[in-house]
Ligand binder design. Structure first.
Ligand code: ADP
Ligand code: MG
Length: 268
């Protein structure tokens, strides 16, 4: 069974999303819909699946719909149409309680802007989610310490986020996402705010971690080199649509259309 299965997922932002959906089904493009109705198509009729243990990258320019897509996958926003299965269960149909539980057990999210609590130390930041679940202080701290060790931050438990470099802050972000030992990591431009050298370091760290912990990763980036380096498979997005899915090799050797060709032509 696939870890994530996305089926004809669509998100239209605006006053009459169902009308936008109908226009999409009639074959209208995002640009036309915006012009005619003022509604924005975030994601349009997109389908893909992520297999257990793979790093699946979604790559596309700014505004192509990547963040909307990943937010639909953990249902931070509601779809206009389509389905999202996590381990075979459609999360778009779940009641709130089951959704919260599924998110907690199965999904860990890492954000571009780290999202750390500034007045709490590293250990407290990582343990925060466990605190909300009512787990005892002792267990929280044990688990948080272990996760910090996993991401190479042993010894930094008492530091405040502001005392750490960007790369180390993002390690805390990663540790926080891992505290519940979720099967799936959702990462939205998680390394995009980092300096190039640190960024490369974090990419290597993720590959190492994924190898060790065997997580399934849905990774979003606007950087083709990052996509090619990390992705077991890569989906390329344009104007809310997925235009090609394939391995790095498949995409480089057999670009599906002119858009992808243009995108990959500078890679050697
Ligand atoms: P990306 O992450 O690839 O940069 P986004 O998913 O953020 O792209 O955005 C895709 C499209 O949806 C953009 O045109 C954006 O302006 C629009 N969009 C995203 N969020 C909202 C929102 N809350 N309200 C209206 N339009 C939105
Ligand atoms: Mg984005």
């Amino acid at each position: 069974m696939n870890k994530i299965e996305v089926n004809q997922l669509t998100k239209v932002f605006g006053s009459h999303p169902q009308q936008g959906l109908k226009l999409l089904k009639d074959g209208k493009q995002k640009e036309q819909i915006l012009e005619e109705t003022g509604m924005t198509v975030g994601v349009s009729q997109s389908s893909f699946s992520v297999k257990p243990g793979e790093i699946f990258v979604i790559m596309g320019l700014s505004g192509s719909g990547k963040s909307t897509l990943i937010r639909l996958v953990n249902r931070l926003i509601e779809p206009t149409d389509g389905e999202v299965f996590i381990d075979g269960e459609d999360i778009t149909k779940m009641d709130k309680k089951t959704l919260t539980e599924t998110r907690r057990q199965k999904l860990g999210m890492v954000f571009q802007k780290f999202g750390l609590l500034p007045h709490r130390n590293v250990l407290q930041n990582v343990a925060y989610g466990l605190e909300l679940q009512g787990i005892s202080k002792q267990e929280r701290e044990e688990r948080a310490k272990q996760t910090l060790q996993d991401v190479g931050l042993k010894g930094y438990e008492d530091s405040l986020p502001s005392q750490l470099s960007g790369g180390m802050q993002q390690r805390v972000g990663l540790a926080r996402a891992l505290t519940n030992d979720p099967d799936i990591l959702l990462m939205d431009e998680a390394f995009s705010a980092l300096d190039p050298i640190i960024r490369t370091e974090m990419q290597d760290e993720l590959l190492k971690l994924q190898n060790k912990l065997g997580k399934t990763v849905l990774f979003i980036t606007h950087d083709l080199d990052e996509a090619l380096k990390l992705g077991d498979r890569i989906a390329i997005m344009k104007d809310g649509r997925i235009v090609q899915v394939g391995t790095a090799e498949e995409i480089l050797e057999n670009p599906a259309n002119d858009y992808v060709t243009k995108f990959v032509k500078d890679v050697d």
